[in-house]
Design a protein around this ligand. Structure first.
Ligand code: SF4
Length: 278
């Protein structure tokens, strides 16, 4: 089970070579940045052994000496070169590179995202056969199938249906914003104690009106409890909502431990000792 889900919306534009993926991304990035989105993109480079580094250059020498990553900074750009490619790549890792962006658009990476339900997909196809093939393989939300060829509905034309594509993407981003907001109010423990496998799925169900916050087993035991924080013997004054956050977090963590059953009337005592005084 994948126990992590993205912290920002992710859209992947996938399809075989020369199907118009970059053209689609160009159009999306242009329109979305115009409307105020801070967009990050990632492109899967399909040339075996490709490197931005050059043998003999200073950055290359840093790398062969053992540095990883190597950061090259010029007056116009900063390049961070990690010496591990697609092999160890996860969506989580890619998102870490996006800093404080509003969304990440991927070009390629179909193996990474094709079955990932948290990623919205735009599929570029050349033929109806490709369309049928992808329909069978995809999981999660497909925002659009599109093509440079005139394949007819439901496949959008990359050249002529730009507004329709932008509209679908904008609606998806609004929805994802709401789902991520809901998820931030869940304990985010992915404990699997409710009927959903992950908090992400619970958030989606709440958004769709199929679940309520109360359906989260961890939250349900919460309101009957209070928490206080003692630091070196003195109570730290905290607002009720902070008390609530501490209680939910601690009980949430404990509830995932083997053999622990939270009933709502526990007294939890956690002692943290400095390693220097232990
Ligand atoms: S019970 Fe709550 S914390 Fe656990 S997976 Fe469900 S929503 Fe997440």
């Amino acid at each position: 089970m994948n126990s992590w889900s993205p912290t920002i919306p992710v859209i992947a534009v996938i399809g075989y070579k020369k199907t118009g993926k970059t053209t689609v991304i160009e159009g999306l990035v242009r329109k979305l940045t115009e409307t105020g989105y801070a967009v990050a993109t990632a492109k899967h480079i399909d040339h075996k052994g490709f490197t931005m580094d050059r043998e003999g250059k200073d950055t290359w020498r840093h790398r062969v000496s053992g540095a990883n990553p190597v950061i090259g900074v010029s007056d116009v750009e900063t390049a961070v070169i990690y010496k591990d490619g697609l092999g160890g790549l996860t969506l989580r890792r890619l998102i870490r590179f996006t800093l404080e962006k509003d969304l990440l658009i991927l070009e390629g990476f179909s193996k990474l995202v094709l079955e990932d339900e948290t990623v919205g997909k735009i599929i570029c196809v050349r033929t109806l056969e490709e369309y049928k093939e992808f329909r069978k393989r995809i999981r999660g939300e497909t925002l659009a199938f599109c093509s440079l060829e005139p394949l007819g509905k439901p496949i959008l034309s990359i050249r002529d249906d730009t507004s329709a594509l932008i509209e679908r993407v904008s609606n998806y981003l609004e929805k994802m914003k709401a789902i991520l907001e809901i998820r931030s109010s869940l304990p985010n423990l992915d404990c699997g104690k409710c009927r959903y496998r992950r908090c992400w799925e619970m958030a989606k169900a709440i958004y769709d009106g199929k679940a309520k916050f109360d359906d989260c087993t961890v939250l349900k035991v919460g309101p009957r409890l209070k928490s206080r924080i003692m630091l070196n013997g003195a109570e730290v004054p905290i607002q009720p909502f902070v008390s609530e956050i501490v209680r939910r977090t601690v009980l949430g963590m404990i509830s995932t431990l083997k053999g622990v059953k939270i009933t709502g009337d526990e007294r939890v005592h956690i002692e943290i000792t400095s390693p220097r005084t232990a």
